[in-house]
Design a protein around this ligand. Structure first.
Ligand SMILES: O=P(O)(O)OC[C@H]1O[C@H](OP(=O)(O)OP(=O)(O)O)[C@H](O)[C@@H]1O
Ligand SMILES: Nc1ncnc2[nH]cnc12
Length: 172
């Protein structure tokens, strides 16, 4: 078991019956655990010359911003609708419990900018695939994606398209 796995709380039947919610707030509240988690997320990308980290609203902002600092990269928020002013690029996607839209400023990434996508959880993979599509629309170079938690039963990895590696620290 990893050092920070005990800091993730499993909550049955949240936010709806049948879903086991993986709550990362105890991990965030633990200074040492959170620091070790960011170190572990950063480790595979240390030699990859990452220039921008895209974090997905909202829990992906927390891990993505800390990871961007660790990798000496900029941070780009990929946001839910109605949060960013135009001009924007947008992608619609399906969630484990609903549907949503992800947006970025149309000049958020430079063409060819070496970009890493970060989120807390990979479930059905719709969110991460939407983020990949936004990065492609912006003309950046996708280095890869990292998530803290991969829910293996939900098929998210199979939806991930292209050559860029997808890494997860914990799998359930
Ligand atoms: O792989 P998927 O099935 O697409 O699901 C994963 C996404 O679901 C959660 O986000 P949520 O929309 O609940 O937002 P939050 O981070 O604001 O809580 C999680 O933070 C991921 O972004
Ligand atoms: N089971 C889950 N736990 C936490 N975040 C999630 N996002 C999508 N599915 C989730």
């Amino acid at each position: 078991m990893s050092a920070f796995e005990p800091l993730i709380r499993a909550v049955a039947d949240f936010p709806k019956p049948g879903v086991t919610f993986r709550d990362v707030t105890p991990l965030l509240a633990d200074a040492g655990g959170f620091a070790r988690c960011i170190d572990a997320l950063a480790e595979p990308w240390q030699g990859s010359a990452v220039q921008a980290v895209c974090g997905i609203e909202s829990r992906g902002f927390i891990f993505g911003a800390a990871l961007a600092q660790k990798l000496h990269a900029g941070f780009v928020p990929l946001r839910k609708p109605g949060k960013l002013p135009p001009p924007l690029v947008s992608v619609d996607y399906e969630l484990e419990y609903g549907s949503d839209r992800l947006q970025a400023r149309s000049d958020a990434l430079r063409p060819g900018e070496r970009t890493l996508i970060v989120d807390d959880v990979l479930a059905t993979g719709g969110t991460l695939e939407a983020a990949r599509s936004l990065v492609a629309q912006l003309g950046a170079e996708l280095v890869g994606a990292s998530v803290l938690i991969e829910l293996e039963g939900l098929g998210g990895r199979a939806r991930w398209q292209g050559e860029a590696p997808l890494r997860s620290l914990l799998r359930y």
